[in-house]
Structure formats: C-alpha cells, structure tokens
Design a binder for this molecule. Structure first.
Ligand SMILES: Cc1cc2nc3c(=O)[nH]c(=O)nc-3n(C[C@H](O)[C@H](O)[C@H](O)COP(=O)(O)OP(=O)(O)OC[C@H]3O[C@@H](n4cnc5c(N)ncnc54)[C@H](O)[C@@H]3O)c2cc1C
Length: 639
C-alpha cells in the first residue's frame, strides 16, 4: 500500500476512538465509515418515520377463540406471562389476561401511518464492521405513543422489530434483517432528582448525554465502560461493565424501568413492583420487551487520581493483588502476550486539599514522542513500511499499533516484537494523572477488532490481616497456614495460564489481554449474577485487530486465526466457569458446539424462566433475532 494511502486509513480509523469527533447520531443511521465494502444502499438523511403509508394496511385477522388461563387478580406480570404460556401460548390471550383493551391490537388508522412509518434503506454496521445488516424495515418512533403503537401493531402482524441501541455490540446482538427499532428520538433526560440522587431517562439517551446532564447537578454514574456512546437501553440490556471489585455490572444501577411488551403492553418494574421480573428484565437482551424509560442511581461527581505502572512477574503482582482490589475503587490489568509485562492501572477518588499527592506526581511526564519512540522505530525499521518518518510522527499509539500489525498480523514472531515495543511504551508511561471520573475511566480500545470477553467468579476478596480467606497447605515442611494475601488468586491464575497457552501454541495474540473486575449482580442474566452479594467477578478480554490495510482476504484470515485463539481458550473457560459477555458471545456454526454452549448457558442462567417470560410477553418472537433463538431455543426449535 502506498504511504499516503496507508496514513489516511490509519488516521480515519483513529477517528472512531475520539469522542470529540464522534457523530451525535447513532451509528445505525449510516454505514460504518470504515466498512470494507461500499454501501449498496444509502440511508436517508432524515429517516425518522417516513414515509406515510399510501393507504391503510389491512386489519389483522379476528382474534382466535382461545381459552384463557386467568390468573388471580393482582398477581404479578411474571405469573400472568407464565400462566398464559402454559395455558395456550398466544399473544392475543395475553392481552386478555393483562386487561389490555383488545382494541389496542388493531392499529388506529389515524395514528397508524406515522407510527408504522419506516425506512427501507437503513444499513446498520457495528463498530468493527464485523456484522452488518440492511433491515427490511427500520423504525425510529418519535415519542412514547408511537413506540407503543408500533409494538402493538408489530405484535398483531408478527412483524419483527428487534430493538437496537447504538449498535456497538461486537456480535451484532441488536440486529435483524427483517425489522429493527431504534429509540434514537426517545433520548430525553427526564428528571434529575438531586435529593434521591437518581436520574430518569428515556432509554435511547446515550451514556455521554446522561453524564453531561448529571454533571450540571454535580452528579455522575458510578461506573462506565471504556466508551460512552451506548444507549442506556443497550448498555444495561447486555450487563455491560467497567471495573472495580465493589462496582457491579451497570444494570444494577437501575431503580425502576418501563418495558413496552408486545403482548402485555407497558409495564413498570422495580425492586418493589414485580421484583422477580425486574431482576430478569434488567438484562433481557432486548428479547423481553423494549426498555423505554429507566431510573438510575447516581453518585456525587468526583475526580480520580490514577496510577499506571508495569510489573514483570506474576509473583510480584500476586503480592499486592488483593490489597489493590480492596483499596482501589478501579483496578485494571493489561497482560501483554509474548512478554512478561503486566500493566497495572489503579485509581481512587481524589479530593483537592485532602488527598495527599505522591511526590512523583509533580515530576514532569515523559513526552509522548519519547514514549512512542520504540513503537515508531520498530515500524520505520521494517522493510515493508511505506510511511515516512514524518507520516509516522503524526500517528498516535493505537494507530501505530494498527500500522505495525498491518505488516504481518498473523506472524507470531512479528506480533511478539510489536508487543515487546508496546511493553516499552507502557514502561515509559508509568506515573500519575488526575481528572474527572468521566475522563479517567474511558480508554482507547484501538482499531477495528475481533474480541471475546468472559466473566468468572473469584469468590470474596479476603480481608486484610486475619485468616479468613486463607487455607491450610501441606509441603515437605509439614502443614502450614497460607495467609490471606497468599490465598487463592484464581483471576491471576487465569491470566497467567492464558498467556502461557498463547506462548505454547504460538498464537499471534496482540496486546492487551484486558482484565477487569466487578461486584456481583442481582440480575439473573448478568454474567456476574450471584446470590452471594459479596462475590467478585473477574472479566478477561482477548483481542485480534483487523488493521485498515487488510482486504477481505486478510480480514478473513484474521477471523479464522481468532476463532482458533478462542477455541484454544475454551478449556480454560470451562475449568474456571467463565461465561462470555452478552455483547461478545458468538454462536458456533457447528451444531455440536452450539448445543454444548446452549447447555452451559442453561446451567448457568435462569434460561427456563427467561423463555417463559419471553414467550409470555412476545409469543410471536417479534423482538428476537436469529442469535437469541439459536442460543435459547428449546428442543432444537429455531425459527
Ligand atoms: C469500542 C468498544 C468498547 C467497548 N467497551 C466496553 C466495556 O468497556 N465494557 C463493556 O461491558 N462493554 C463494552 N463494549 C460493548 C458495549 O458496551 C455493549 O455492546 C453496549 O452495551 C451496547 O450498547 P448499544 O447501545 O450499542 O446496544 P446495541 O449493541 O445496539 O444492543 C445491545 C443489546 O441491547 C438491546 N437493546 C438495545 N436497546 C434496547 C432497548 N431500548 N430496549 C431493549 N433492548 C435494547 C439489543 O436488542 C441488544 O440485545 C464496547 C464496545 C465497543 C465497540
């Protein structure tokens, strides 16, 4: 590739990770700018619910005469849904049971044309352009009334309306080829209650918007993911997470939620209103209803003091590991494959004039050019590098990584050298920084990529000092007590064994292997779900980049190598009881592997309850998609 062309691609790719240049509109409104294939259709500039239907569509057929299993008055939505599924299993009946006016099932001809207006030209591509779809119908309701009408109408006709947020999920979880609905116009921050420290938002609001609104009241959310462009609906429905052993997955911030269901209309859920259903619907993967409104807990706005440093042995890391998880609000490790380095990033709230600053805080930071020198010189030293020194000087860290990997993404020796240069970059980046939590907690995830992230329980973090958490051990010296600080470090063992496996199998694994932690969640479908509220979960993510210079063939080879990487990791995941992030799980194509995954999911999650509620609220499966059906279909029944 010519130098200038390569530079352009790398610079364009980097725009994705810069919040300041990110478009205000959801990604679903346009083709991903870095898609490797040109668009075959164009998205209308204003796809909001055009064009009105020329004539009113025919009414749905009359209701079938079916028996209804009537639940006792005042019974929960969960009970009602279950009763109907077991009784008959039709959506019309559910409408009866839940006291919905049957007339609601028919569209009102006056409102109908607007509410069911849709775009047939939307193309939706996820962030890494690994999943794309051109849905036959793409809806963006303007208000709550239109949304409710759309859902009822879709239910009556059996029309797919898979909810999608910003479509960031690496596995395209929110996509469907027949129909999708996006709440991009339902994005208002409705109320900030400073006394109760809660915020009520429409579910189409993006995390960044909510943080901005909260900032005006000196409030913030307790934790975020590495990017903040998710819609609140999508963010919570997949149990996204940030990091911190005391901070659960994000759906735990929900105090109240409104769900628009195809067969039971709008329902409100909270700890006191249908708590069982609430715990299930908080992480519903978009399959139990369309989340239209959420009330979330907030916390006071604060600054964080962050420290970054590198350790070069697991033994060294282990000495401090539990103390870090106990004492720091946010802890993140980056294991660098094919090296011995582990980057540690820790932060705690900082209060001006109260929190002491370490003397090294005042040491002038290493200039960026010095930090990047090993990475740049490796790039420029390669005979296939087409960039000039001036071109290379214009690139930031993750762009340089993309340029380096582009040279030979699947050569383990080359990838190992790139990783070693990255280790030097991190060593030179050691030090402190302080800033608002919104700014400190986000991080640059690099270019287009394939990812898998898994979560597994690590038990409780042992307390400092006492024997709790320790265990008796036997050695040649006899019996002894292995104290708390030496107690099980299952999470470190996972990282260490994964990195060793990469070395043994000679996998071209780039940096980093990202390790984070969360507290447990009360949501049944969260990968961090646990009855023990003090249980901590570790999240480990692996990655392979799809550098911008790779054509279709190159990308396919990387996809294949990534499947091998993930396959080699599988036994470790099974041994540690690790389950994939819902936005990163992929459904295996091979039937045996798919059945094994389904069985594992059914053993870990309340899949039976999930399916009962799903069938109760959405008997025609209008909210689902192929992925949901393939993961949760019972008895091999897939639509
Ligand atoms: C660069 C990058 C960095 C990331 N970093 C992190 C990270 O640090 N931590 C982390 O946990 N994840 C991370 N992710 C994953 C990301 O946070 C999740 O995929 C995210 O929550 C998706 O939000 P979204 O609005 O794009 O939802 P979508 O991808 O559009 O949809 C996700 C799911 O939510 C459902 N859904 C969407 N809106 C609604 C609604 N209103 N009602 C009901 N269901 C709905 C969809 O049907 C689908 O099942 C990252 C992803 C990228 C691309």
């Amino acid at each position: 590739m010519r130098g200038q062309q390569q530079l352009l691609l790398l610079r364009r790719a980097s725009l994705r990770t810069s919040t300041s240049t990110r478009p205000r509109q959801p990604l679903v409104r346009r083709r991903h700018p870095f898609s490797t294939t040109p668009p075959t259709t164009t998205t209308p500039s204003n796809p909001a619910i055009p064009p009105p239907a020329a004539e009113a569509p025919p009414l749905p057929p009359p209701l079938p005469d079916v028996p209804v299993v009537a639940p006792p008055p005042g019974s929960s939505h969960l009970y009602k849904a279950a009763a109907v599924v077991f009784g008959i299993g039709t959506g019309y009946a559910i409408a009866n049971v839940t006291d919905q006016s049957l007339g609601f099932l028919w569209p009102n001809p006056n409102r109908d044309a607007t509410a069911r207006g849709f775009s047939t030209e939307a193309s939706v591509t996820n962030w890494s352009a690994t999943h794309a779809v051109e849905p036959k119908k793409y809806y963006e309701p303007n208000d709550m009334e239109e949304l409710e009408l759309l859902v009822r109408d879709a239910h009556a006709k059996g029309q797919r309306i898979r909810p999608v947020g910003t479509a960031l999920s690496p596995n395209g979880l929110g996509m469907d080829k027949d129909g999708m609905v996006c709440l991009s116009h339902l994005d208002k921050v409705l109320e900030v209650d400073t006394k109760a420290q809660t915020v009520t938002v429409q579910a189409g609001a993006r995390v960044s918007q909510v943080l901005e609104a909260l900032g005006k009241h000196r409030l913030t959310l307790q934790n975020f993911s590495s990017v903040q462009e998710q819609q609140l609906g999508g963010w919570t429905q997949v149990a996204a997470h940030g990091t911190g052993a005391s901070l659960p997955t994000v759906e735990e911030q929900i105090v109240r939620m409104k769900l628009v269901t195809p067969a039971s209309g709008v329902i409100e859920l909270s700890e006191t209103q249908d708590p069982e259903l609430f715990s299930l619907a908080k992480v519903g993967l978009g399959a139990l209803g369309i989340v239209s409104e959420l009330t979330l807990k907030c916390i006071p706005q604060h600054e964080l003091l962050e420290k970054t440093y590198v350790v070069n042995s697991v033994k060294e890391l282990k000495k401090d590991h539990h103390r870090l998880l106990r004492e720091y609000r946010h802890v993140r490790y980056m294991w660098l494959p094919h090296t011995d380095s582990i980057v540690v990033v820790i932060s705690n709230p900082y209060q001006e004039g109260v929190t002491p600053l370490p003397p090294s805080f005042h040491t002038p930071p290493t200039p960026e050019a010095t930090k990047l020198a090993p990475v740049r010189s490796l790039l420029l030293s390669h005979p296939n590098c087409r960039l000039s020194a001036t071109d290379a000087a214009a690139l930031g860290f993750t762009e340089l990584r993309d340029a380096l990997l582009d040279i030979a993404p699947l050569d383990p020796r080359w990838v190992g050298r790139v990783n070693a240069a990255e280790a030097k970059y991190w060593k030179a980046s050691e030090g402190y920084r302080k800033g608002g939590s919104t700014e400190i907690l986000g991080f640059d995830c690099g270019g287009q990529q394939r990812v898998l992230e898994v979560a597994f329980p690590i038990g409780r973090i042992p307390e400092e000092g006492g024997k709790e958490g320790g265990r008796m051990t036997a050695g040649w010296w006899g019996w002894g007590w292995k104290g708390k600080e030496e107690a099980e470090t299952k999470d470190l063992e996972f990282g260490d064994r994964l990195r060793r496996m990469i070395r043994e199998k000679n996998l071209p694994a780039p940096c980093p292997i990202e390790q984070r932690w969360t507290a447990s969640s009360s949501a049944g479908m969260s990968p961090a779900s646990s009855k023990d509220r003090e249980e901590v979960f570790s999240w480990v993510g692996v990655i392979m980049y799809l550098p911008p210079g790779q054509g279709e063939g190159g990308r396919e080879e990387i996809e294949k190598a990534f499947r091998r990487y993930v396959g080699e990791m599988e036994p470790l995941c099974e041994e540690f009881g690790a389950f994939p992030h819902w936005a990163k799980i992929e459904v295996p194509g091979e039937e045996g592997a798919r059945e094994r995954l389904k069985a594992r999911l059914a053993a870990r999650y309340p899949v039976a309850a999930f399916n009962i509620v799903r069938k109760g609220f959405d008997p025609k499966g209008v909210l689902g998609n192929e992925m949901v059906e393939r993961l949760f279909a019972e008895g091999g029944k897939e639509r």
